[in-house]
Design a protein around this ligand. Structure first.
Ligand code: ADP
Ligand code: MG
Length: 610
């Protein structure tokens, strides 16, 4: 048998390595920005076009490269950052594997100009699919400009795998923020399709966080600071009101490197336990400084996972410093800082806990146990529904207009709408409406009912059929973080159809002139923020259209809640609207809106019990 093993040619080996390092345009952005930081730049300009798929450029004023290094840096395992195995234990640069540039060049068309500050002339290089085809002296300023064009042009399968330009742009924003956040002493400018969209001046860390994540409408940034022999932890956590339903605002950086670390995240969630709803995520931007010999950043090619030698110890320090920061914020200074954490939410009646807590509250109106209460209610509702066979649930439709005997117009409307459906109804404290007609009994979840109604209404709205707008007496200007601003901009038509009179108003701001006439208790800012938050969560679902996503997110954010007390008129309206829905029985996610017992079911049930 002849031998069959070959060594792979260099360019194929690089392409394979690129599979790990370069997953999408955002990975290129990450590697280039990190290199600029490692080169000591204090001003970095990122430009992208078309979601970075066709064009990414990073320009820095860092150290630049000599003519030879300008050629060398494109080779695999070419790095200036480590020289021997020992150096692996004292890495204080973001890069060190010497793989990024080689990988990027193997799957794109790259141009680079670079110059060191002691050189008269710089160097220009052009590479296509890993092959250098131009290498000449050039005039350029000190620092490096790298342009990456047509990513994956030579690997169509990878290119097809990329998502829409909008989604790729969003990934780039994520990487950009992760790099700009821990480096407030570097100025960053970001151009998207030739438009300057972000300009981050040099500042301190707190202001960099605010510049990137926006001034939150509620809550405060709480400082965290602790230094032990093993670790220094600095940064900020958001006060409980800043918690969100998605993970977007959680950042750990270890020696300046963004990492995902579920174990430490758990420590923080634990510190917030009982203070935020169980399904919410706390806000935090935290920096760990650790002796590089105590961690191993080599476990993941994109270096977002890190191994720690003392992770249990770090967990407990983290838990205690975060608790301390929250404790200072919520409880007045004379109170024992730790006592709040001794309350056992499950063993005391809710009202007792709340009053105990409110007595001590100082700064905010935040009700620390609100989330739990809602959660408990939700759970008990689900429990209630668990016991019953879903067969019991049937669609009921209101009788149609034609069945109504001719009467006065007023009476006709009234009857058509409701009365003949139910003989009796009342609201049960805790968010359920009990209604009966003849031998049937309905238990209706009021929040779900309203969500169903609004969902159908929003879904049916279009440019001709807009949700009515209530004009605000005073227009509101609302600032969003940049990514949210962009998202709203891309949904502007649809958002107007569902009843917002809203227009862009300069730097990351929108002016809101009118809001949907649905629920006059809603606050435009919280509604829009909640809308965007839910929208992002729903985006994870496959095949969800913009319209459906907006209808889902909007109905969640504007519906009445379980703890809202309703007047009889409001209950009537709710029941009418619900049973005029095309599908009153279920929420879009399949959860029942009500359960119905007929006389037969009730007797069955009673026979089992008595
Ligand atoms: P690594 O960052 O792991 O060393 P890269 O492939 O990203 O590997 O870069 C290779 C080398 O090229 C770096 O070690 C550095 O010496 C040089 N280099 C890359 N980008 C820049 C830049 N923007 N400015 C100066 N030198 C750079
Ligand atoms: Mg690098």
């Amino acid at each position: 048998m002849s031998d069959i093993i070959n060594l792979l040619p260099e360019n194929i080996a690089n392409q394979i390595a690129a599979g790990e390092v370069v997953q999408r345009p955002a990975s290129v952005v990450k590697e280039l920005l990190e290199n600029s930081i490692d080169a000591g730049a204090d001003k970095i300009i990122l430009s992208i076009k078309d979601g970075g798929i066709n064009f990414i450029q990073v320009k820095d004023n860092g150290a630049g490269m000599s003519e030879t290094d300008a050629r060398m840096c494109w080779e695999r395992h070419a790095t200036s950052k480590i020289k021997n195995a020992e150096d692996l234990y004292k890495i204080n640069t973001l890069g060190f594997r010497g793989e990024a540039l080689a990988s990027i060049a193997s799957v794109s068309q790259v141009e680079m100009k670079t110059k060191k500050n002691d050189q008269a002339l710089g160097t220009e290089i052009k590479i296509e699919a890993g092959i250098v085809n131009y290498h000449e002296p050039t005039n350029s300023s000190v620092g490096t400009i790298i342009t990456v064009k047509n990513l994956f042009f030579n690997i169509p399968a990878r290119k097809n795998f990329l998502k829409s330009q909008n989604i790729e742009t969003r990934h780039i924003f994520d990487e950009f923020y992760r790099i700009a956040l821990p480096n407030p002493d570097i100025e960053f400018v970001f151009y998207n399709n030739e438009k300057e969209i972000i300009n981050l001046r040099k500042t301190d860390i707190k202001n960099r966080i605010i510049d990137i994540l926006g001034k939150n409408s509620k809550g405060e940034l709480l400082q965290v600071k602790e230094e032990t022999e093993i670790i220094k932890i600095t940064g900020y956590v958001g006060s409980p009101e800043m918690a969100k339903k998605h993970r977007g605002e959680q950042f750990f950086f270890i020696n300046g490197r963004y990492i995902k670390e579920p174990y430490f995240n758990h420590a923080i969630q634990t510190a917030f336990e009982g203070l935020i709803p169980a399904d919410n995520f706390a806000f935090y931007v935290l920096f760990f400084e650790i002796n590089p010999s105590k961690i191993d950043v080599n476990v993941h090619p994109t270096k977002t996972e890190v191994k720690f030698e003392d992770s249990k110890y770090i967990y407990s320090i983290l838990l205690s410093v975060v608790k301390k920061a929250i404790g200072k914020y919520i409880i007045s200074p004379q109170l024992d800082e730790n006592s709040m954490f001794k309350f056992e939410a499950s063993t005391k009646p809710e009202h007792e806990l709340i009053s105990k807590f409110t007595d001590f509250r100082t700064k905010t109106k935040f009700n620390p146990f609100e989330g739990d209460i809602k959660q408990n209610k939700k759970q008990s509702f689900e429990k209630l529904f668990e016991g019953f066979n879903t067969d019991i649930i049937e669609t009921i439709k209101p009788e149609r207009e034609e069945n109504i005997k001719p009467q006065t117009v007023e009476k006709q409307l009234f009857e058509k709408e409701f009365r003949y459906i139910f003989d009796n109804f009342f609201q049960l404290k805790g968010g359920y409406i009990i209604a009966s007609r003849e031998d049937e009994l309905f238990i209706i979840n009021q929040q779900s009912a309203h969500e169903r109604i609004l969902y159908e209404r929003f879904l049916k709205s279009d440019s001709l059929n807009r949700i009515p707008i209530q004009i605000l007496l005073f227009p509101r200007i609302i600032e969003f973080k940049h990514a949210d601003f962009e998202l709203i901009n891309s949904l502007l038509d649809e958002i107007r159809q569902i009843g917002f009179d809203i227009s862009p108003f300069g730097n990351n701001n929108f002016v809101v002139n009118g809001v949907p006439t649905i629920n006059d208790k809603t606050n435009p800012q919280l509604t829009l923020e909640g809308l965007i938050e839910n929208y992002r969560i729903n985006e994870q679902k496959p095949d969800i259209s913009k319209k459906e996503n907006l209808a889902l997110s909007m109905s969640k954010n504007t519906s009445i809640k379980m703890y809202d007390i309703l007047s009889n008129i409001e209950i009537e309206e709710l029941l009418t609207d619900l049973f005029n829905c095309e599908q009153p029985n279920y929420l879009p996610n399949g959860k029942p809106v009500f359960i119905k017992f007929s006389n037969g079911n009730i007797l069955d049930l009673l026979n089992k019990k008595f």
